[in-house]
Design a protein around this ligand. Structure first.
Ligand code: ZN
Length: 295
C-alpha cells in the first residue's frame, strides 16, 4: 500500500504537481516498503525550497548541509518523518526522464533511510581511532562521518532502484552525475592541505558509490566514464575505486554496518595515508566550501 502523502506546494503548477505525485506513487507501488506517511514538499522556486530546508534543519537542530543552486531534490528525516523536497524550477531544466530519475532517487532514500537515526550518525570507530592518532576535532570527524554516510546511502538508493527495474533512468541519472564534472579547481586548492584534502576525497566517494550498483557487464561504458571523471585525482583515483569496490563486496542490508565498513576501508587506504603525514599544514577546511550535497 502506498504511504499517506503529506503534501505542501508553493508556486508549482497543477500539472507539475500531478506529474511529480504520479512518479512518486508509482515508485512506492514498485518498491518494497513499510512507510505509513511521507512528506512531499514541492516548490516552484529553488530559493523557496532552500529557505524551507534551512528552516526545517534549524527546527530539528541539525547542522545544515551546504545546499547550493545545483539543488534539484532532497530527502531527509530530521523531524522523524521521511521528507522529500523538490524544486520544480530546477527539475524542469532536465530532460523529463532524468527529472523523474532524480525524484525516484529521493523516494528510494525515503524507503531505506526514512528515520532520524539515518541522519544523526555517530562517528564510526575507525574515525574515532584516527582522532587519537592525528588529533582531529570532533567536528571534523562528524564531517567525515556525514560525507561517508551520504555516499553509502546513495549506493543503497541506486541498488534498490536498479534491482526493481529502474534501470534506464538510473543509468541516465549516473551519466548526469558524471557529466556535472569533477571539481578540479577545488582539488588543486586542497591538495596540499591534509585535512582539507582528506575531507575532499571523502566527499568524492559519493559519485562512485552512487554509480557502483550499475557497473555490471552491460554497462562497461559507465566504468570508463567514471574512470575519466576521477582522472584529476591522480593516484587517488585507483584508491578511491578500491574503497568503493571492496566496501560494496561486503556490504549487507544494514546501513549502519555499511557505513562502518566503508569508513574502515577508506581509513586504511586513504585517510591514514594523508592525515598521518609528518609535514602537516592542517589548514582548516572549514573555510572552504568543500562539498555540495544533492542527496
Ligand atoms: Zn542521495
Amino acid at each position: 500500500m502506498n504511504p499517506r502523502i503529506l503534501l505542501k506546494v508553493k508556486g508549482a503548477s497543477k500539472s507539475d504537481v500531478e506529474h511529480i505525485l504520479q512518479v512518486i506513487t508509482d515508485c512506492y507501488a514498485n518498491l518494497p516498503h513499510n512507510l505509513d506517511a511521507v512528506e512531499v514538499n514541492i516548490f516552484q522556486n529553488t530559493s523557496d525550497a532552500l529557505s524551507f530546508l534551512s528552516a526545517q534543519s534549524k527546527a530539528a537542530g541539525v547542522k545544515s548541509s551546504s545546499f547550493d543552486e545545483d539543488f534539484y531534490a532532497y530527502h531527509h528525516a530530521w523531524l522523524g518523518l521521511p521528507s522529500i523536497t523538490l524544486s520544480v524550477e530546477k527539475l524542469n531544466t532536465l530532460p523529463p526522464e532524468l527529472a523523474d530519475a532524480c525524484i525516484r532517487h529521493e523516494v528510494a532514500h525515503s524507503v531505506l533511510h526514512g528515520e532520524i537515526r539515518y541522519y544523526v550518525i555517530p562517528i564510526p570507530p575507525p574515525y574515532r581511532r584516527l582522532k587519537e592518532v592525528c588529533g582531529l576535532s570532533d567536528e571534523y570527524l562528524l564531517d567525515l562521518t556525514y560525507l561517508t554516510a551520504v555516499a553509502v546511502k546513495d549506493y543503497e538508493a541506486t541498488k534498490l532502484l536498479y534491482s526493481h527495474n529502474y534501470r534506464v533512468d538510473q543509468l541516465q541519472y549516473a551519466e548526469h552525475l558524471l557529466e556535472e564534472g569533477f571539481e578540479t579547481t577545488l582539488w588543486k586548492i586542497v591538495e596540499h592541505h591534509p585535512q582539507a584534502k582528506a575531507l575532499f576525497l571523502t566527499s568524492s566517494l559519493k559519485v562512485p558509490f552512487c554509480i557502483k550498483p550499475l557497473l555490471d557487464q552491460q554497462n562497461i561504458h559507465l566504468q570508463k566514464k567514471l574512470e575519466s571523471y576521477l582522472q584529476p585525482l591522480g593516484e587517488y583515483r585507483q584508491l578511491l575505486m578500491e574503497v568503493v569496490d571492496e566496501s560494496a563486496e561486503i556490504f549487507t542490508d544494514d546501513t549502519y554496518s555499511n557505513i562502518q565498513t566503508a569508513a574502515e576501508i577508506h581509513c586504511k587506504k586513504i585517510l591514514k595515508r594523508i592525515l598521518t603525514q609528518p609535514t602537516q599544514r592542517n589548514n582548516s577546511s572549514r573555510t572552504l566550501n568543500l562539498y555540495k550535497i544533492n542527496s
